[in-house]
Design a protein around this ligand. Structure first.
Ligand code: ASP
Length: 443
């Protein structure tokens, strides 16, 4: 049995947290490949090392006038690592590393390099603490000339390297470009590294350790103590993450998805919890009809109405071209016989609104154009919906009882999700009503 274990920033924020991580890793022989993030926040007011590195680099990039602040910031970063070194009695000394980092910052080597040092240094400490081999991610994770992740080259080199390594620490978040420059993934990208490593070693499991006991059915800022999701499929997860549920970086599922490697979200502060298992498919019945609810506020809708629009070939295409030309991405597009409605992100749309209206008038000469703003979209997701009658009936009667007016309904033919549009100010009430009817009444 081979497991890749990735630990997020809050799991590695202090020596105390490192000890918990050490206990978790040592508990199972199979936890052979470790992917650490940079030290995160110790308290809610704390700053992540990655953010400290970005601001430190900004000071270096502005130049000499901020030398003092730069030195202070660099020392503050160093202090974060020293606290861990002393707290764990490690035998490493980071003098040389910080000398190199300082020189490179002053040479203005690049923001990505700067940010990557958070994971790099944490990887060195972790390897020392565990007695595992340290492998610099720049030597095994690759990007192409355009800066896109090069999966093929990475998999070839990384799997060959790990084949001959019994136990290793590979820092998350970064890799290198063909010219050797360091490049990072987007924020939270250590999750992706973990997934890449899991694929390379053909792991039986990718454990992603964080500070929550898995995915929750609904946002805990809206629902008090929501239940956790036991098992979720990749497709369900994708729907929920897209609509705002964040625990795992969205791109982290791609490397393992086709390999049949499950991802297990676990809680470093509560290791006895089983967490959420993310799988390609499952015949296990979900505990509730719905797997999760997620949503986002601040959408605008544009309704285009024209008599006989349905029989006009290419009508929708022409309308969509207007959005395309204005570089506005479309979220949803429910339609009627003589109407089509387009949902877009309000902030993206607002500044281009008049151009879009003019464009639609010119292209399709609508009878009527209606704009609405301050709308929220809620996704109710669940593989269990397919086999259950009356799911949408329950959703809408729950919303009616809660006095929520439904502005839009969109059910994909996969029956995996139902998207509901409501006013921004009804958003929380709507999520509560849906959670209540599917979860609370079933307990
Ligand atoms: N340290 C990076 C960040 O804060 C990457 C990660 O933690 O995954 O975004």
């Amino acid at each position: 049995m081979k497991k890749v274990v990735k630990f997020g920033g809050s799991s590695l924020a202090s020596a105390e947290q490192f000890k918990k991580v050490g206990r978790i890793i040592r508990k199972e022989e199979s936890r052979r490949y470790v992917v650490p993030s940079a030290p995160g926040k110790r308290t809610s007011k704390d700053t992540k090392v990655t953010d400290m590195l970005y601001s430190c680099y900004n000071l270096a990039a502005i130049g000499d006038e901020y030398e003092e602040e730069f030195e202070e910031q660099l020392s503050a970063i160093r202090a974060r690592y020293d606290e861990i070194i002393h707290g764990l009695n490690l035998s490493v000394c980071l003098d040389e590393e910080f000398k190199i980092i300082r020189t490179n910052f002053c040479k203005k080597i690049g923001r990505d390099y700067a940010a990557s040092r958070g994971e790099y240094l944490n990887g060195i400490l972790m390897a020392n603490y565990l007695g595992y081999e340290f492998i610099d991610a720049a030597e095994v994770i690759f990007f192409d000339e355009e800066g896109n992740f090069d999966g093929e080259k990475t998999n070839e080199i990384l799997s060959a390297r790990l084949d001959e390594t019994e136990r290793a620490v590979i820092p998350g978040f970064y890799g290198s470009m063909p010219d050797g420059r360091v490049k990072t993934f987007s924020r939270g990208g250590s999750d992706i590294t973990g997934s890449i490593v899991a694929k390379a070693v053909k792991a039986d499991m990718y454990e992603n350790w964080t500070d929550v006991s898995g995915f929750l059915i609904a946002d805990p800022r809206i629902i008090k103590n929501p239940k956790a999701i036991d098992v979720i499929t990749y497709r369900e997860l994708r729907e929920l993450s897209y609509m705002g549920a964040t625990v795992l970086h969205e791109d982290a599922i791609f490397p393992v998805r086709r390999e049949g490697i499950p991802i297990n979200i676990r809680n470093t502060n509560s290791p006895e919890d089983k967490g959420t298992l993310i799988v390609e498919g499952t015949c296990r019945k979900p505990r509730f009809v719905i797997t999760g609810i997620a949503g986002k506020k601040d959408f605008a809708s544009i309704t285009v109405e024209k008599a006989m629009m349905n029989s006009e070939v290419g009508f929708c295409k022409k309308v969509l071209e207007v959005f395309d030309e204005n570089d506005i991405s479309i979220e949803h597009m429910p339609s009627g016989i003589d109407t089509m409605t387009i949902f877009v992100h309000q902030d993206e749309f607002e500044e281009k609104e008049q151009k879009v209206i003019a464009g639609i008038h010119r292209r399709v000469e609508p009878d009527f154009l209606d704009l609405e703003s301050d709308l929220a979209l809620i996704a109710v997701v669940g593989r269990g919906m397919r086999a259950t009658r009356g799911t949408s009936g329950r959703i809408f009667s729950a919303l009616a009882h809660a006095n929520v007016n439904v502005k839009m309904i969109d059910q994909g033919s996969s029956e995996l999700n139902i998207i509901i549009g409501v006013r921004n100010h009804d958003f929380e009430t709507a999520v509560e009503a849906i959670y209540d009817i599917f979860v609370n009444t079933m307990l």
